[in-house]
Design a binder for this molecule. Structure first.
Ligand SMILES: [Cu+2]
Length: 227
């Protein structure tokens, strides 16, 4: 003789309110309880709407739910949700390093030191003129193992380097997104191994950049060509 799956009402109510002793493991039991069933269906709808992409009329605006969940909107949904790919702000990398570097002579931009294209880690004598594409993202990477640096704008390159460090921001970082050739732009203090905010390369030009800490003492400087 089969025993009934659903316990009597009295024991069911005790199960629902039960604390640690409550053990409801039978799905059929769960879905026969109206309140729990409603919660379960709602949760399923939320998960479907959040992760199922467009076209669902159940949740209405599934993408929004997902965006809220990942944007810190405080959703209480517990389902795993794969966010639609948010394009990472790709940015050209400008490496900074002084340790192990020696001044490099260039054909038309004088002697440069401490800046280079990309993020080659602490490569001796990697210093070079930096070339960037106009109106794109750029980020400064300090790959120096021991020393903090800045990348600070010192004006257009006119065939020689300023004899003094005139950038008034120096260790103070400019706001993310601004043009690196805006007046007194500085990527600010960048500790060893750290990166700056993402900035914009702005308009074309040939610009002098230097480190606030080592411009005068080491001639740590370069030309950044934006083209
Ligand atoms: Cu420096």
């Amino acid at each position: 003789m089969l025993r009934p799956v659903v316990p009597p009402v009295t024991s069911r109510s005790r199960y629902v309110r039960g604390g640690r002793g409550c053990r409801i493991v039978n799905l059929q039991q769960i879905f026969k309880m109206p309140a729990l069933a409603l919660i379960a269906v709602s949760a399923a709808a939320v998960i479907a709407a959040a992760c199922g992409g467009g076209g669902s009329s159940v949740g209405g605006g599934g993408g929004t739910r997902c965006a809220q969940q990942y944007g810190g909107g405080g959703s209480s949904g517990s389902g795993t949700c794969t966010p639609s790919p948010t394009p990472a702000a790709s940015a050209a990398a400008v490496g900074i390093d002084l340790t192990g570097e020696t001044p490099q002579s260039t054909t038309s931009d004088g002697t440069v030191l401490g800046f280079f294209n990309g993020t080659k880690a602490n490569t001796p004598n990697g210093s070079e003129v930096v070339v960037l594409t106009a109106a794109t993202n750029v980020q400064f990477h300090n790959v120096d193992p021991t020393q903090p640096h800045t990348a600070s704008f010192l004006g257009a390159y006119t065939g020689s380097y300023p004899t003094s460090f005139t950038n008034t921001n120096g260790p103070t970082a400019s706001a993310a997104g601004v043009s690196i050739s805006s007046p007194n732009f500085s990527a600010g203090n960048i500790n060893p191994g750290a990166v700056s905010a993402v900035y914009n390369t702005g308009g074309a030009g040939v610009f002098v950049f230097g480190c606030a800490y080592h411009y005068l003492s080491n001639n740590m400087r370069t030309v950044i060509m934006v083209e």
